[in-house]
Design a binder for this molecule. Structure first.
Ligand code: UDP
Length: 375
């Protein structure tokens, strides 16, 4: 009989959906018709205001009310405070949670979001005692406390720091699997070489910097694009900017005249191809983007981070010597230009370390572990 798998996610940023998609792709490849996978945006589909608008509020909150975001992050990261918050959320969101549970019977629930590991799990376990519940952590080094519930059947850690944090939070070691952050199979399977990828995307055959800001096109993309375009013009390079869902940025950048070849894209569905075309990535410290860049052997210049949830990602990248943090657009542009100098060994060395650190097949490994829960 076909087993039902439900992914609990929300579009707060692009990473949770991207990870769920990667796992669904891997599960379908491994299990074919034996499983049927769906995902639910729990906030949008079943939350009351303001949770029902969490996806829309995420970017303005981080961009314009960072103090509030940081305060919420600090509160959630205190274990006792989080326990009380989770209990309170269960009563506050009771009607929505009941609807969610009734609408979504499944054999396996997989949370890819930090806030869906407690109250939703408690409600699901009451209603469907035979169903299994797994958490796949889609944050890197600084995954906050709400990710960890000691009662999950499986917790998949994205890196050793998350594995340790999960064990310290009481998740039994036997239920913690260190497998990496799930990224789409396109990053693991045969990818086009750079000149093929550039041709496929209609880019010129030049050294290429890929500038990203997560699914929402966040961070100082405009200033970084301006500085990078000037330095790449001197170098004979080109720039590709992916604005994600940030339409205002896309429209502004598309209207500009650039001193070098610059390609502006909105939300793209073929990130493996864009990364295959690039020589290095400039991005905020989003965990998904970092994992994908590493899988492609692309060194990173991190031009920003969301305090709290992405702080540790900067140390992860710098500590493993696969990139650097630099928030000044002029310095970013100079650094990129110097790394792209023909014959500069820095880029090649970082690229080798990136490939060694990457876990491009994480999604398949996790899909295997999830499948084992269904037996
Ligand atoms: N992404 C995408 N298309 C876009 C922009 C982003 O598929 O146009 C994906 C990107 O490949 C990554 C995710 O969105 O998998 C962004 O995740 P990350 O953790 O880097 O940042 P977030 O958006 O969650 O803050």
């Amino acid at each position: 009989m076909t087993k039902q798998i439900l992914f609990l996610m929300s579009d707060t940023g692009g990473g949770h959906r991207a990870s769920a998609n990667a796992l669904i792709e891997a599960l379908n490849q491994l299990q074919g018709d034996a499983v049927q996978c769906r995902m639910v945006d729990l906030f949008m589909g079943y939350g009351t205001w303001p949770l029902s608008r969490a996806g829309a509020y995420y970017q303005p909150l981080v961009d314009r009310h960072l103090w509030l975001w940081q305060l919420m992050g600090r509160c959630c990261n205190q274990p006792l405070l989080w326990q009380s918050t989770a209990h309170a959320a269960r009563f506050w969101q009771m009607a929505g949670l009941r609807r969610f549970v009734a609408d979504n019977p499944a054999d396996l629930y997989v949370s890819v979001h930090p806030l869906f590991n407690h109250a939703p799990q408690w409600m699901l376990r009451q209603a469907y005692p035979r169903a299994r519940f797994a958490t796949v952590v889609t944050d890197l080094a600084s995954a906050p406390h709400p990710w960890y519930s000691p009662t999950v059947d499986l917790l998949v850690a994205s890196c050793p720091a998350v594995q340790t944090a999960a064990q310290q939070a009481g998740v039994p070691s036997s239920r913690v699997l260190l497998a990496g952050l799930p990224i789409r199979l396109g990053f693991a399977q045969a990818r086009p070489i750079p000149h093929q990828a550039r041709a496929a995307l209609g880019l010129e055959q030049r050294p290429t910097v890929l500038l990203l800001g997560g699914g929402e096109g966040m961070g100082a993309l405009e200033d970084s694009a301006t500085a990078l375009a000037s330095s790449l013009a001197l170098q004979g390079g080109q720039l590709a900017v992916i604005c994600g869902r940030n339409r205002a940025l896309h429209d502004r950048l598309s209207r500009r005249r650039w001193p070098a070849p610059v390609r502006i894209a909105g939300y793209v569905d073929n990130m493996p191809l864009w990364m295959a075309a690039a020589d290095l990535v400039v991005s905020k410290a989003g965990p998904g983007t970092i994992a994908e860049a590493l899988a492609c052997g692309l060194p990173l210049i991190l031009n920003g981070f969301v305090p709290g949830q992405e702080t540790g990602n900067v140390a992860y990248v710098e500590g493993n010597r696969v990139g650097v943090y630099c928030s000044d657009p002029e310095q970013i542009a100079n650094l990129a230009a110097s790394w792209l100098e023909p014959g500069n060994p820095v880029l090649a060395a970082m690229s080798r370390r990136a490939r060694a650190l990457a876990r491009p097949s994480a999604a398949l490994e996790i899909a295997q572990a999830l499948s084992a829960l269904l037996v």
